[in-house]
Design a protein. Structure first.
Length: 446
């Protein structure tokens, strides 16, 4: 019967069998030390020369006696550091070829292209695994936060009949004899479902054909979406988003201490209330701080986002800040114009550590107003008939938001590139492997 490595600390004096991968081998004359890992941890196993038959990443079953380590030899860096196994029997389940790089080091010292080209191998490294342990908690915490507020989960389709949000950043799909697209967002479906469940959320893959190769963009991402009805004001949506991100960060702090320590980071600091500014107010602050005049731009640039986060940290001690009230004509047709100044809308973004983490806002719920916007934005009513149908038969005031799981993970752990926060990243130069059809001199930008 197999014993998990984490359980060996309770098995001193017992002969047991452990199974896993050879993490490393250290030869000391006639004595060989093997570090074996499984999903629960790592244990040191001591062999004679028979241990030399084992190589890194071999899959093995090892039977042996669990002993307490002498006090001066205890490894305090791992939970099983107080025990070791005296190896007695080896069964090689599967052999591994010679590794292209050293997997036994605390930090995996490879460049990003190598990290991704050997993804099935590099994901085995404990520090790479830690990224996705954190991401799992981010996604799980998103679910827990919204379920605690009586939201219902749904799954939106990825293949859609039209591109209602406009723009060229959408993938066309041949769907039998029809032209369809990969969804940029589950927005229309989650809004429609408010008329059924009132409060809904989804964890969906979404696709953006953004013609950019940067450290912060992917073409396929995990979108954490929420939408709810019967709101009185757009600030209710902002407050729900604030509750959600605080819940996520608190869960990561409580459940991922091991992973955070591996990266030498703490969760981003958040003030009691996350500060928020209208776009033009933020741009005025940036102008006063830097002399850079961005006061008529429709969106903050990456440089602007970094600067306003510096301001937020200095003034409020918060790594996060909301930017609200963007120019209405540059936002999707369903975004609610501000009653006091319709040139700007009741939408907002959450900027974290200099990068957008979330976008959200209040939506238009009045059917006639929505139709006016559809016409103004040049969208075909036929293409969004199912969505309009829900509004034609009665929709409450509503709003919602969407977080990017990879971006949150990236910035919690201070990763240099968002591709590190995606298990199998897709971008315009990669589908598992770097695409060979691109020009040889075309390199990813930083």
């Amino acid at each position: 019967m197999r014993t998990l490595i984490a359980q060996t600390i309770t098995k001193i004096g017992e002969t047991i069998t452990v199974k896993g991968w050879v993490n490393s081998r250290r030869d000391h004359g006639k004595i060989v030390f093997i570090d074996l890992r499984d999903r629960s941890g790592v244990i040191q196993i001591v062999f004679g020369e028979e241990g030399k038959t084992l190589k890194p990443e071999y899959v093995v079953s090892i039977t042996g006696l669990i002993k307490a380590r002498p006090e001066k030899l205890v490894n305090k860096n791992i939970p099983t550091g107080g025990v070791e196994m005296e190896g007695q029997k080896i069964e090689i389940i599967s052999q591994a070829e010679e590794l292209p790089f050293d997997m036994s080091k605390e930090n995996l010292e490879v460049e990003l292209p190598t990290l991704l080209d050997y993804r099935s191998l590099t994901l085995r490294h404990p520090k790479v695994q830690a990224i996705f342990k954190v991401q799992e908690v981010v996604i799980d915490a998103f679910r827990k936060a919204l379920k605690s507020k009586d939201f219902t989960e749904f799954q939106a389709p990825s293949i859609i009949s039209s591109a209602p949000e406009g723009g060229a950043e959408i993938f066309e799909v041949k769907y039998f004899d029809y032209k369809t697209y990969l969804a940029q967002s589950p927005q229309l479906y989650k809004s429609l479902l408010v008329s059924i469940f009132e409060r809904v959320f989804s964890v969906n893959k979404v696709f953006r054909a953004e013609p950019s190769v940067t450290t912060r963009h992917l073409t396929e991402v995990v979108s954490l979406d929420a939408e709810f009805g019967f709101i009185e004001d757009w600030t209710e949506v902002k407050d729900m988003a604030e509750f959600t991100i605080k819940f996520i960060l608190n869960e990561v702090k409580e459940r991922c201490q091991k992973e955070l320590s591996m990266f030498g980071v703490e969760v981003p600091e958040v003030s009691e209330k996350i500060p928020f500014l209208k776009l033009r107010e933020a741009q005025q602050i940036i102008f006063e701080r830097t002399g850079r005049d961005c006061r008529q731009e429709k969106d903050p640039s990456p440089e602007d986002e970094r600067e306003i986060c510096k301001w937020s940290k200095e003034k409020y001690g918060s790594d996060l800040v909301f930017i609200t009230h963007y120019p209405t004509k540059y936002r999707p047709f369903y975004t609610y114009p501000d009653d006091a100044d319709p040139e700007y809308n009741q939408g907002f973004d959450l900027i974290g550590k200099g990068v957008e983490w979330m976008t959200g806002g209040r939506r238009i719920h009045d059917y006639k107003t929505l139709l006016e916007h559809v016409k103004t934005w040049g969208i075909s009513e036929k293409n969004i008939e199912l969505y309009l149908q829900a509004y034609r038969y009665g929709m409450p005031p509503l709003g919602g938001f969407a977080f990017g799981a990879e971006r949150i993970t990236m910035h919690i752990l201070n990763l240099k590139n968002i591709r590190e926060a995606s298990l199998f990243p897709r971008d315009m130069e990669r589908v598992d492997f770097a695409l060979k059809t691109l020009q040889p001199d075309k390199k990813p930008s930083n």
